[in-house]
Design a protein around this ligand. Structure first.
Ligand SMILES: [Zn+2]
Length: 352
């Protein structure tokens, strides 16, 4: 599993010790019911326990589908993922900077599973922050897919600001520029094959024009590894160096931050990104070439979605990607302008 690979890589580099790892309490049904309807929780718990999904349950709740299969340990995984995000919010409120790589299930809806998300842990983290009295929470989603479930939950809540940078035209195909629900929602669809220079240009310009200089009580970040070059479900040319730079900039937007994982269908990319972020957060030096013990862990991973011809041997021997610079296409410059309309236009779109 991705999470286990991340932990093993960090341990092999001496980056874990007892002080840094906390075990979160599992979320219980009462907590889960804060977002989900009872009938969905009943269907999820029963399907997970029996691993049998009736056709009407599949049709109504999207459980047992190709997109959201039912597997052993599913219920416990949901409780751990949500519990982890709630605990992360508690840690952030205490002044820590928590990293919950298992989090970032941003597609889940109150009444159905969606896009391999059976719940929506970022929602619970944000709710915990709001319950604590915070009135300006920023959610930034860097996953390659639009953070639709989080956006639909908080689009009408004046306390929450929502930003999603995602690949254009990808499932769930929402998050277009026109979808934005007003001045607190910013959707930035990124063109295919975007390189590091373009990615950081769009990210920095949108951040500068729409976010910097504003006061946020907390920022919740979902940093999916599926935006990285080499992911089998997306088409980008982004390195983990560029994504890590964007994550660092997001953290600086508030004095209180929570870092969640997200998607990632290249297991080497995902473990390497998470380990790199862990090193960055802790000021650990990343070796240019990994020791053999770390390489052995990465070499033990496998993925049916990636052809041998697309495999990059550097995924076994390094954590940091070389940057992937390039020219900035006109479509990227236009995208910044489209995502950052003048304030009067934003006000009128909000009134619609
Ligand atoms: Zn994704």
């Amino acid at each position: 599993m991705r999470h286990e690979a991340f932990l093993r890589v960090c341990a092999s580099l001496g980056w874990l010790d007892g002080r840094d790892i906390r075990e979160a309490p599992l979320a219980d049904r009462e907590l889960l019911a804060r977002f989900h309807c009872t009938s969905y929780l009943d269907a999820l718990e029963t399907s997970a326990r029996t691993r049998i999904v009736q056709p009407e349950i599949r049709a109504r709740y999207n459980l047992g589908s190709m997109e959201c299969p039912v597997f052993e340990g599913l219920w416990e995984r949901v409780c751990a993922t949500v519990g982890g995000s709630i605990f992360a919010a508690d840690l952030a409120l205490e002044g820590y900077l928590p990293f919950h790589p298992g989090g970032g299930t941003h597609h889940g809806r109150p009444d159905r599973a969606s896009g391999f998300c059976y719940s929506n842990d970022p929602v619970y983290a944000i709710l915990r922050l709001l319950d604590a009295g915070l009135e300006g929470v920023l959610y930034i989603d860097l996953d390659a897919h639009h953070g639709d479930g989080v956006e639909s939950t908080f689009a009408e809540d004046p306390r929450v600001h929502l930003v999603s940078f995602h690949e254009e035209g990808r499932w769930p195909r929402s998050g277009t520029l026109k979808d934005a629900h007003g001045p607190r929602t910013i959707n930035v669809p990124l063109p295919r094959n975007i390189n590091d220079s373009e990615y950081l240009y769009v990210f920095q310009e949108v951040s500068k024009r729409r976010l910097r200089g504003r006061e946020f009580d907390a920022v919740v970040i979902t940093c999916g590894a599926d935006i990285l070059s080499g992911d089998p479900l997306t088409s980008t040319n982004v390195s983990n160096a560029a994504l890590a730079a964007a994550v660092t900039a997001c953290i600086k937007l508030s004095g209180r931050a929570i870092l969640l994982g997200g998607g990632g269908y290249n297991p080497w990319n995902t473990a390497r990104l998470w380990a790199k972020l862990w090193a960055d957060l802790n000021d650990f030096a990343i070796p240019a070439i990994l020791p053999q013990s770390t390489t052995d862990i990465l070499a033990s991973l496998s993925c049916d979605l990636i052809d041998e011809s697309d495999f990059n041997s550097a995924w076994l021997t390094t954590l940091s990607d070389p940057s992937r610079p390039g020219g900035i296409r006109a479509v990227c410059r236009a995208r910044v302008v489209e995502a950052c309309p003048p304030p009067d236009l934003r006000a009128s779109s909000s009134a619609r």
